[in-house]
Design a protein around this ligand. Structure first.
Ligand code: NDP
Length: 485
């Protein structure tokens, strides 16, 4: 291993790296080889207390700064992040196993976009003035206080920034707990923010398993919880947050539909299906894993898809040519292999892939099942791996009903050349994030999030401000006050 992957210390609290080796050790495994590349320690109750105290102590002074001052720090951090894109991308690849070809354009860059966008927005946050005859009401946009961010393992840098940037722009402080599987990247985000001038205590990172997350979520001094994770974890965290009536953002899982009509451009539709199923080895929450293809073009679509998958370069994620890497962990690989077995046992047709690669690391082949029916397990449950289920349909009303027949509602996509149909279908989707003739774009300017079991609230865009601030209204009487007695 030539690149230093062992962090300076496990946690970042009150502006500095902090270690406490009495916490449970967490080994960081490079998914491409199975080697241990670093060890961090879960936060002890004393460290969690320290993080909460410093975040609380720092909040009032941070909120008292002007938006311009806060924004300047975030934008400075964005600049540093862009400058260090190579090193941060290498670290992201070691943390997650995702190919450098992806991490160099999608992780630190996306984190920097969020810091830049919300850094720019910080100075524009205002209340409003409401005239009521000669009296008036003004509103103040105030921070929520102390926010906790809890991340999944697929986009550790991006998630740390997507939560941190809007929270900090609004004058909140944050304690971020990365997934235990990918603990390295968020520490770099904290380090860079402080290098950019962030006051100590405003953004802290503590490591740990679910129990550390649970300790943060249940602490009465925490005002908001933003989770990116699975639906079962979301249910637990949402319920725990409700005890103290905390604000929440829940970015959870999905089983999103991608509908390809008979008039679609097949090459573009195949590109959409590849991006929506195999990018990051399929470990993307918004993936369009139920691919509904019109019967008239199904075989043509499958033929082109199989041919295009031949072009996947599977291998060492650090090689610039590699376009498909390993699964994040052995555990996740085995979960996905279990689903592949179920797909075969329930009668789906295996078009390609379906096996583990005979090499070190947690590699699976990109896998496509055709002739999938709506009730099969692989069409109902989130797999979170490189497994595409192709279903066929004949009629728009029929496919819309089937597409929406799921507990999830994160994303959805449609490929067609018919303009009216494209917008009609997008309007009919029960999903928070939709795509027309594209898939999985996630620009910071656009709201991102789910409906139904896929989540509550939105990340990114102006809308995120609503989820990291609250409005106080102040009634101002200009004349005498009448009372009944
Ligand atoms: P998990 O739900 O297993 O974990 C998410 C985070 O929550 C982890 O940091 C985990 O800690 C923590 N956690 C677990 N239990 C608790 C608890 N009781 N209280 C507080 N925190 C807890 O998800 P994965 O990490 O396995 O990520 C995959 C899932 O995330 C998929 O379902 C995917 O769809 C979803 N996801 C959603 C996205 C979105 O934006 N909608 C984006 C990316 C992923 P630890 O793991 O360390 O124990």
């Amino acid at each position: 291993m030539t690149y230093p992957t062992q962090p300076t210390a496990s946690h970042f609290i009150n502006g500095e790296y902090v270690e406490d080796t009495s916490g449970t050790p967490i080994n960081v495994i490079y998914p491409a080889t199975g080697e241990i590349i670093a060890t961090v320690h879960a936060a002890t109750p004393a460290l969690i207390e320290r993080a909460i105290e410093s975040a609380n102590a720092a909040q009032a002074a941070w909120a008292a700064m002007t938006g311009t001052e806060r924004g300047r720090i975030l934008r400075r951090a964005a600049k540093i992040m862009r400058k260090r894109n190579h090193a941060l991308s290498v670290l992201e690849t070691y943390d997650t196993g995702k190919p450098y070809q992806e991490t160099s354009v999608a992780d630190a860059t996306s984190g920097a976009d969020a810091l830049e966008y919300f850094g720019g927005m910080a100075a524009t946050l205002t209340g409003e003035h409401i005239q009521l005859g000669e009296d008036w009401v003004y509103t103040r946009r105030e921070p929520l206080g102390l926010c906790v961010g809890i991340g999944a393992w697929n986009y550790p840098t991006q998630i740390a920034c997507w939560k941190g940037a809007p929270a900090l722009a609004c004058g909140n402080t944050m304690i971020f707990k990365p997934s235990e599987t990918t603990p390295l990247c968020a520490l770099k985000v904290a380090e860079i923010l402080h290098e950019a001038g962030l006051p100590p205590g405003v953004y802290n990172v503590v490591q740990g398993l679910g129990e550390v997350g649970a300790a943060l979520v249940t602490d009465p001094r925490v005002d908001k919880v933003s989770l990116t994770g699975s639906v079962p974890t979301g249910r637990k965290v949402y319920a725990a947050a409700a005890e103290c009536m905390k604000h929440v953002t829940m970015e959870l899982g999905g089983k999103s539909p991608l509908i390809i009509f008979e008039d679609a451009d097949i090459e573009n539709a195949v590109s959409g299906a590849i991006l929506g199923n195999f990018y990051s080895s399929g470990q993307v929450c918004s993936n369009g894993t139920r691919v509904f293809v019109h019967k008239a073009i199904k075989e043509a679509f499958l033929g082109r898809l199989a041919a295009r998958l031949e072009g996947a370069v599977i291998g060492d994620p650090m090689q610039p040519k590699t376009s498909f890497g390993p699964m994040v962990s052995e555990r996740q690989m085995n979960i996905v292999l279990g689903y592949i077995e179920k797909g075969q046992a329930e009668g789906a047709r295996l078009v390609c892939g379906g096996a583990r690669l005979d090499r070190a690391g947690f590699y699976l082949q990109p896998t496509v099942f055709a002739d999938v029916s709506d009730d099969m397990t692989i069409a109902r449950e989130e797999i979170f791996g490189p497994v595409m289920a192709v279903l066929d349909f004949e009629d728009e009303a029929e496919v819309m009903a089937r597409a929406n027949d799921t507990e999830f509602g994160l994303a959805a996509g449609v490929f067609t050349r018919d303009l009216a149909r494209a917008h009609r279908v997008a309007a009919g989707f029960e999903a928070g994030t939709c795509f027309i003739n594209s898939y999985n774009d996630a620009p910071v300017e656009a709201p991102f999030g789910g409906v139904k079991a896929s989540g509550v609230g939105r990340e990114n865009s102006k809308v995120a401000i609503e989820h990291y601030s609250q409005v106080k209204s102040v009634y101002v009487r200009m004349g005498d006050l009448e009372a009944p007695f």
